[in-house]
Every structure is written in structure tokens, then in C-alpha cells.
Design a protein around this ligand. Structure first.
Ligand code: PXP
Length: 241
């Protein structure tokens, strides 16, 4: 079974546009879970542009499935994660000026620090994933650094301008996924996935989890969050082997 992690960051984006209390990502998380989401994912960015500390704290206490905290490898965010203890953490690269996460984490370059942060999170009972490009060197480094899983960055696949480019990117995801599972890592994927492109990624052998945000929240504006989640679950279930 391929699980769906719903990223509710963009519910908070709408709230932060007016610095008010609605729409509440906690309320969104309840609706997602009732509609079949297997996990709630949030990215507590260092600039707090959408999700706030309070959101993660309340989500950890209320979510019935599990909370997956996307986090930069930074000391203050690590302290926060160790205190709040989400079920899972996904280490991601983060730049202040970016619109969204660009590219995967460079585990090879930041190996010592990433290994240390991974170890500290795991020692608190938090399952750790590394968000990386489907590059064999990065996958091997993630395994050596102690990750439980890798989340393969699907942004380049999702944004490919031609079918040829998309097929090329998909091949990288397929071979990266095979290497990751051979090394004993759980296989996850995410970024830029939507109702049109999710099928082949969900069908990759041993795929376990997809984290999807923008497409779901965008669709929810027109049909409501429960229907948006149910439709994505249907597509994943239909595609998954
Ligand atoms: N996975 C990771 C690691 C991410 O950083 C994001 C974006 O926050 C997502 C998944 C979800 O991406 P999208 O909003 O494009 O579905």
C-alpha cells in the first residue's frame, strides 16, 4: 500500500496572508484524516512564512495518524523537533528566497552534520527521512548517515516540459528507488505531484509514501478538502501495484 501524506502548509499560507486565525491547518488536518490521509506533513520554515510553531505543537497532540515534520538542518529547528517530537522528520534543504524547496538535500557535502542530526532525532524515537534527488551518491550517503527512508524529489519529473524529459526523469526515479530499497531504505517521494502525474510514481516498486500539498490544497478551493484527498487516494490506490 502506498500511503498519502497531506502537506497542509498552504492552508497556513492563506491564513498568514492576513495574519489571522483562519483557515487553521489543524482543522484541515482533521478533515484530511477523516477523508483517508495516512499522515499530515508540515514544513516549519525558518522564516515561518506559513506553518507556525503553534501549528506543529497542536498537530502533534491532535493528529491521529502521524505528523511528518519537514525541517532544515539547523540548530533552532532541531531543538524544536526534539522538544515537540513528531512521529517523523524529513530533512530538507532550505533557502530563504526560494518559493518552495528547490532540489534535494546534499547529504554527501553535509554528511557529518546530517548524520549527527539524524542520530539525535532517531534517539528521540523520531523516524528520519532525507529529501534527496534520485542520485545514487546521495542515496548511498543517506543510508550511511542512518536515514530510515529517503523521499525522492519528484519536482524535476513533475515540471518536465516534454514527454521525453519526463520519461528521462522518471527513469532516474525508478533506478534511484530500486537502489534505495536494495539498501534497506523505505521509499518515499514528493514535490510537484498532482492528479495527472501521480500514477507512475505511485506505481514504482516498493513505493511506500507520497507527500503532496499544493495540488491538493489548490483543488480543495473548488471541491473541498475531503473530496480532494479522497480523489488523490483513489488515484494512488488504482496505480499502486
Ligand atoms: N515533500 C517535501 C520534502 C517538500 O518540501 C514539499 C513541499 O513543501 C512537498 C513534499 C510537497 O510538495 P507539493 O506542495 O509540490 O506537493
Amino acid at each position: 500500500m502506498v500511503e498519502l501524506g497531506v502537506n497542509v502548509d498552504h492552508v497556513a499560507t492563506v491564513r498568514q496572508a492576513r495574519r489571522t486565525y483562519e483557515p487553521d491547518p489543524v482543522w484541515a488536518a482533521v478533515q484530511c484524516e477523516l477523508a483517508g490521509a495516512d499522515q499530515i506533513t508540515v514544513h516549519l520554515r525558518e522564516d515561518r512564512r506559513h506553518i507556525q510553531d503553534r501549528d506543529v505543537e497542536v498537530l502533534v497532540k491532535t493528529v491521529q495518524t502521524r505528523v511528518n515534520l519537514e525541517m532544515a538542518v539547523s540548530a533552532p529547528i532541531l531543538r524544536f523537533a526534539l522538544r515537540v517530537r513528531p512521529a517523523c522528520a524529513c530533512l530538507v534543504p532550505e533557502k530563504r528566497q526560494e518559493v518552495t524547496t528547490e532540489g534535494g538535500l546534499d547529504i554527501v557535502r553535509g554528511f557529518a552534520r546530517i548524520k549527527q542530526v539524524t542520530g539525535r532525532l532517531k534517539a528521540r524515537g523520531i523516524a528520519v527521512s532525507h529529501f534527496i534527488d534520485a542520485d545514487p551518491k546521495q542515496i548511498e550517503a543517506a543510508a550511511k548517515a542512518g536515514a530510515d527512508s529517503v523521499e525522492l524529489h519528484t519536482g524535476t519529473y513533475a515540471n518536465a516540459r516534454s514527454e521525453r524529459a519526463r520519461a528521462r526523469e522518471f527513469k532516474k526515479l525508478a533506478s534511484g528507488g530500486a537502489l534505495a530499497t536494495e539498501l534497506g531504505l523505505r521509499l518515499h517521494a514528493g514535490h510537484g505531484l498532482n492528479y495527472l502525474n501521480v500514477g507512475p510514481v505511485a506505481a514504482l516498486p516498493k513505493m511506500r509514501e507520497l507527500n503532496i500539498g499544493h495540488a491538493l490544497v489548490a483543488r480543495a478551493i473548488f471541491c473541498g478538502l475531503p473530496e480532494a484527498v479522497r480523489e488523490m487516494k483513489r488515484l494512488i490506490d488504482r496505480a499502486a501495484p
